[in-house]
Design a protein around this ligand. Structure first.
Ligand SMILES: [Zn+2]
Length: 92
């Protein structure tokens, strides 16, 4: 079973609900930090966003474009299942 990895970053405001998000969890355990173009879900409202990481390491989130939403529609269910499975394993 893959371990859930977490990465803490400067607060980013969810564009949908306004929650300040300051960490991300990778349900696949493949990376310990956000990467440009990776999908992310707000832990409070579930809004889908895409990470952008600047050369200086600053992490931001933006609205997915049409092509990215099509990809998420195909792959998102597996991402959500992996996330929920990893949280259950940790008891959170
Ligand atoms: Zn939100």
């Amino acid at each position: 079973m893959v371990e859930l990895t977490e990465y803490h970053h400067d607060p980013i405001v969810c564009r949908a609900c306004g929650t300040q998000l300051d960490s991300v969890s990778d349900p696949y355990g493949t990376t310990n930090r956000p990467t440009t173009g990776a999908f992310t879900l707000c832990i409070v409202c579930g809004e889908v966003s895409v990470f952008e990481v600047a050369e200086d390491g600053t992490v931001t989130m933006r609205e997915p474009n049409f092509v990215e939403l099509e990809i998420f529609n195909r792959e998102g269910k597996a991402l959500i299942k992996a996330f929920m499975a990893s949280r259950l394993k940790r008891g959170r």
